[in-house]
Design a protein around this ligand. Structure first.
Ligand code: SF4
Ligand code: SF4
Length: 358
């Protein structure tokens, strides 16, 4: 294990101000009743007591991301001829997310294979995503309790999972015990004082206590293959999906807040002879998402859209990517759904239906 460091809470703003000389620093900040990740204001103390409403996904995968800008210029020598100039945006600056959650750090694992060409020779790599991912360090703040909506333990996670984190920070009394987990993380914390043995033990005790607040996985030990098969077995069961989606308003909040949803749309926003090409988040819960140029739309019914969302996360994605769910169990889709659609209940109902058939 790397050397544990200790950062008194009173020194957090000063430490982050120091990092801001070399990095763009995002940290959780309160905005009304929400807690969101924002570029941190100098001298400010991040919000460390309330669970962030959103994940830090947008730091690496911005909501509306300029891919390039373009300008047309008329060629005076040839009537109707216009030259096109494309300008790439600047490369992202080194960035630190302070106070990400463990589940959110694991959420990026759903993106990585997809945007890195699925590990398949010849498939395109998404340089926009990869540059930001490589340039971003995650300082994860271990959760001290689970919320009723948390189920990271279904997906291989835990409140203080180290997976995907560069530094694991644990709140202990009046400070943070900092554990560097990668060279990027070591670079961030190397200037801090070493933690005492008591502080290290208190951090471990906090992790164990947090783990104990998680609701047990129903029917443990969890069998990801059985879940994937059970969800897939409901593929042609229209009655099942109509019942599960009955209250859905198709608002898309579940996908926009989800740390593992990575769908996007591309639009050109022009103004006269110049403009920008944008990549913006999209949602498979919207009826227009699958509208084809022919006018055909294979998913006009919300039942089909919910089937796709749950099927993708718990069956299709794991079948393509080594069995890993495209869900980190953060519970945001449950907490923020205006209609109380609970993805855990849908998976459990699919499992129950599979058991009835056996
Ligand atoms: S948040 Fe709830 S109501 Fe909105 S699209 Fe998702 S499941 Fe439907
Ligand atoms: S599907 Fe829901 S619980 Fe799973 S990662 Fe997305 S928002 Fe979190």
């Amino acid at each position: 294990m790397a050397t544990l460091r200790y950062l008194p809470l009173a020194q957090v703003p000063q430490w982050l101000d120091g990092l801001a000389k070399s990095y763009t620093v995002f940290a959780p900040a309160r905005e009304g009743s929400a807690v969101v990740y924002r570029p941190r204001a100098e001298g400010s103390m991040p919000e460390l007591t309330a669970r962030p409403t959103e994940s830090a996904k947008h730091v690496v995968f911005p909501r509306a991301h300029e891919l390039f800008s373009f300008t047309y210029k008329a060629d005076p020598a040839v009537v109707g001829k216009r030259d096109l100039t494309l300008t790439q945006p600047q490369d992202p600056t080194p960035t630190v997310v302070f106070g990400a959650l463990s589940c959110d750090a694991r959420g990026f694992f759903a993106f990585d294979p997809v945007y890195d060409g699925c590990g398949t020779k010849g498939l395109a790599k998404d340089v926009y995503y990869l540059k930001r991912r490589q340039n971003t360090a995650l300082v994860v703040l271990a959760c001290r309790t689970a919320l009723a909506t948390c189920f990271c333990n279904w997906t291989g996670g835990s409140p203080a999972s180290r997976e995907g984190a560069d530094v694991l920070a644990t709140l202990v009394n009046d400070g943070l015990v900092m554990e560097a987990l990668t060279p990027k993380g070591e670079e961030l914390v190397s200037g801090l004082a070493e933690a005492g043995a008591e502080q290290g033990a208190a951090a471990e005790a906090s992790h164990t206590a947090a783990e104990a607040t998680m609701a047990p996985v129903p029917g443990a030990p969890l069998d990801p293959k059985a879940i994937a098969d059970a969800v897939l077995a409901r593929f042609d069961d229209a009655t099942f999906w109509q019942a599960e989606s009955a209250g859905c308003l198709a608002c898309g909040a579940c996908t926009y807040l989800c740390p593992t949803c990575y769908c996007f749309n591309i639009t050109d926003e022009s103004n006269g002879i110049s403009g920008v090409r944008l990549r913006s988040w999209d949602t498979c819960m919207a009826s227009l998402f699958t509208l084809e140029a022919s006018g055909h739309n294979p998913r006009t019914a919300k039942a089909n859209r919910l089937k796709n969302r749950v099927g993708h996360k718990f069956s299709y994605y794991p079948s393509l990517h080594g069995g890993r769910f495209s869900c980190c169990g953060c519970g945001r889709c449950i907490k923020s759904c205006p209609s109380s659609v609970d993805i855990r209940r849908i998976v459990q109902n699919a499992l129950a239906a599979a058991n009835v058939k056996e």
